[in-house]
Write a protein that binds this ligand. Sequence first.
Ligand SMILES: Nc1nc2c(ncn2[C@@H]2O[C@H](COP(=O)(O)OP(=O)(O)OP(=O)(O)O)[C@@H](O)[C@H]2O)c(=O)[nH]1
Ligand SMILES: [Mg+2]
Length: 319
Amino acid sequence: MNAIVQKVIAGDVRTVARLIRDIDDGMPQVREILKELYPHTGKAYVIGITGAPGVGKSTLVDQMLSHLRKRNKTVGVLAVDPTSPFSGGAILGDRVRMQRHSMDEAIFIRSLATRGHFGGLTQSTRSAIDVLDAMGKDYILVETVGVGQDEVDVVRSAHTTIVMVIPGMGDGIQAIKAGILEVGDIFLINKADREGTEKTLADLRLMIEMDQKKYEGGRWKPPILRAEAVLDKGVAELLEEIDNHARYLAESSGGLHFRRRREKVRQELGEMIKARLVEEVIDKLVQTGEFEAAINSIVEGKTDPYTACDNLIIPILSL
Ligand SMILES: Nc1nc2c(ncn2[C@@H]2O[C@H](COP(=O)(O)OP(=O)(O)OP(=O)(O)O)[C@@H](O)[C@H]2O)c(=O)[nH]1
Ligand SMILES: [Mg+2]
């Protein structure tokens, strides 16, 4: 067995930290390590926490850590910050907010900035989740800013996804509606001390009711909870709902747990193939000079991009 793989499985913090950094940097050599780690994954319970900037995700994660530690669980945390690869501001904030847990060996906290590689944010987050899983963490908490499709895809691979909102978002709720509503297993209204909590609750409830058909036949209907993460209010209730959802996944008659896993694997494999193909094909074409030559031909009017594309990829694909 590869030495790095061995150390990850043994829970060596420095090795795991380095591996996650290499994943984030898109180093191609991590692929071989991830291959060997994969059979050691699938044991952790993955919780996605998503919501607009500043809704209190990191504060909540910090409180959840305390609760999970009381249950003697080990936890990995990934803070995914796609927006600011250079500033690192938010990431620093996250670290500070979770600092009281930073000396606890049962807890491992890392940020991912994903400094551009082809598989992108979603793939590197999945790989990092696999690493923490193989490392033996019982729970993995993934914090993402719920804005784009990437974030939605990231939390799709979680077992339970918590969508966090704050009162008075009004239009904000409409804005997140499209992709996020369907991935939310639990909705959490944080900063529930603020004005507008009732209105937000009613808005969310209406949105969920509109989708009534989806919950027929005993399907999970996302509960809406209130919390004040800074004061640890509502966090115990949240963990109870997570337990309920975990039980639902495990017991649901249609083998939902299995279906979800299959869906996850289908998506992962599809994306991985796509990313690899693009990466390898473009690399090859750039190296052989064919890419530049084709650009010249198009610019000089000797061919068109459609024909050039056919000519470039057909020989590769029929290998
Ligand atoms: N009043 C109030 N403030 C809160 C509550 N929860 C968190 N905050 C505050 O909201 C601010 C943002 O909290 P974070 O936990 O950093 O929010 P976040 O969602 O992780 O933010 P990003 O990572 O930047 O997207 C901090 O100043 C928190 O102290 C709450 O329940 N009530
Ligand atoms: Mg945060």
